[in-house]
Design a protein around this ligand. Structure first.
Ligand code: ATP
Ligand code: MG
Length: 460
């Protein structure tokens, strides 16, 4: 449905009070409808399987929170400073639509104090007031995972491998992982100092739009996408040279773990992420197939101070968030993860009033068969056309004769691979229907060389 043109909203313009205004989705938002939504459902299923096997439970937090929750991400970040949807409710509470989930996850941890390690995953809509373009929207959707309560480098490896395994499961081959360590508070202080000295020296070469960051947030100079600034950043001192022995060992252990699991990666000392609370490991998966401005499909890292900042006990955490829309754009660009629309297996054609269609579709569905029908008492021809269009393998026909005799005519339409069939049609008693369906499905599957019966699962 995305981008489908609709009738222009002329009601208001024409001054016709009786005409209805045709509303459209707000700028930067989209409807998600079949068949594209079939992909989302399949994508979610793939992730849920992996997360479940790795011991991550599902967490759902509110779409809006006290604005203070998100302020902790960093007042100086674009996400908080420029992009947040904030509002006052009818009781004058200052709230915001969530722009990301890590702060909410930490708020939830501080509120409920679960036993650790707390391994959770989440999914849903997030909101940022950005300039909409391909891969950048005002309502977008993320899947994420977080492990709270351990500083173990193997937890970093587990989180990163979960994301990598997910991309591999979708069939993506060109999403390289870049990795860095931000060190601890001491590292950041020492590095911040060195970076500031360097940037003061190069201030004239930094893009004027970025100059205010030199004072306020020198680290953010490093992830500027502006060309002049990027050139200055390329020659800046590197944080990896400032790691303490403990954080350097932690980083080494993460890299070792990724190597052991076959997760290839590259270290980029300039990779700093937007959050103020990031410590140690930071990482991004970038899609080689996407435009550089929107190529990060997944970002994450360690945030060892965020739970405390939200009123909880000192608690380390590591996690990632991935953008579903961008991920699917990358799948399109690589030509992978095309999800076939699920079709009906059986179509019920009822020209005897509709009661048989009503009852049979329900009975068949209850034994696991995808069954459907047409509505509105259409002609035999119209219903057979609908059966054909549906892609169903078998039509069940109930005319006045069948209705009177308590029988059903089973007419094979096509093999599961779409090929034609010469399997004969037969009329059977309703009580024998399931047995007959099994026989016909088996014959159609065998003819298609598909003997595992995957298209008649409900009867196996
Ligand atoms: P970018 O640098 O592209 O703005 P970000 O660093 O702001 O990304 P994060 O806050 O790390 O993004 O969010 C994690 C992921 O969510 C991103 O890697 C991206 O895939 C996705 N994402 C972020 N903002 C948007 C948006 N406005 N529209 C669509 N996807 C988004
Ligand atoms: Mg952003």
């Amino acid at each position: 449905m995305t981008g489908t043109p609709s009738e222009p909203a002329q009601a208001a313009a024409s001054g016709d009070a009786t005409a209805q205004k045709a509303f459209r989705t707000p700028i930067g938002t989209h409807d998600l409808a079949p068949p594209e939504s079939d992909r989302w459902v399949a994508l979610m299923g793939a992730f849920i399987g992996l997360a479940d096997r790795a011991g991550f439970g599902y967490l759902q937090t509110p779409i809006f929170e006290d604005i203070g929750v998100f302020a902790r991400i960093g007042e100086g970040t674009d996400v908080v400073g420029k992009e947040m949807y904030e509002f006052f409710d009818r009781s004058d509470r200052h709230l915001a639509l969530r722009p990301e989930c890590t702060a909410s996850v930490c708020r939830a941890f501080a509120q409920h104090r679960p036993t650790t390690p707390w391994k959770i995953w989440y999914q849903g809509p997030f909101f940022r007031y950005e300039a909409p373009q391909a891969g950048r929207y005002r309502q977008f959707h993320q899947i994420g995972a977080e492990t709270l309560g351990t500083d173990d480098a193997d937890a970093d490896v587990e989180i990163i491998a979960l994301a990598a395994d997910f991309f591999a499961a979708l069939g993506l081959a060109q999403v390289p992982l870049v990795l860095n360590s931000m060190g601890d508070a001491d590292t950041r202080a020492a590095y911040g100092e060195a970076l500031s000295v360097y940037l003061q020296r190069r201030v004239g070469d930094v893009d004027s739009e970025d100059r205010d960051k030199i004072e306020r947030h020198p680290l953010r100079i490093l992830d500027s996408k502006r060309e002049a600034t990027a050139a200055v950043a390329a020659e800046a001192p590197q944080i990896t040279d400032f790691l303490s022995p403990t954080t350097a060992a932690h980083f080494e252990r993460v890299r070792e773990g990724l190597d052991a699991l076959g997760v290839s990666h590259e270290v980029d000392p300039k990779l700093v992420r937007g959050l103020d609370y990031y410590t140690r490991t930071t990482f991004e998966f970038r899609a080689a197939s996407l435009d550089a401005a929107q190529d990060t499909i997944c970002g994450g890292g360690r945030y060892n101070g965020l739970v405390e900042a939200l009123g909880g006990p000192p608690t380390p955490g590591i996690g990632f968030a991935l953008g579903i829309e961008r991920l699917l754009l990358a799948c399109d660009a690589e030509g992978v993860f095309e999800v076939p629309t699920q079709r009906a297996e059986v179509w019920v054609v009822d020209i005897a009033g509709g009661a048989a269609a009503r009852d049979l579709t329900h009975d068949l569905r209850s034994v696991g068969i995808r069954a459907d029908r047409a509505f509105d008492d259409r002609s035999m021809r119209a219903q057979m056309r609908a059966a054909d269009r549906s892609g169903a393998e078998i039509a069940l026909i109930v005319g006045p004769d069948e209705a009177g005799a308590g029988t059903v005519t089973v007419r094979p339409l096509r093999r599961p691979d779409g090929g034609s069939t010469d399997e004969p049609q037969r009329t059977v008693a309703r009580t024998d229907l399931l047995g007959t369906l099994r026989t016909v499905f088996d014959a159609l599957n065998a003819a298609a060389g598909d003997t595992d019966g995957s298209h008649s699962s409900g009867l196996d």
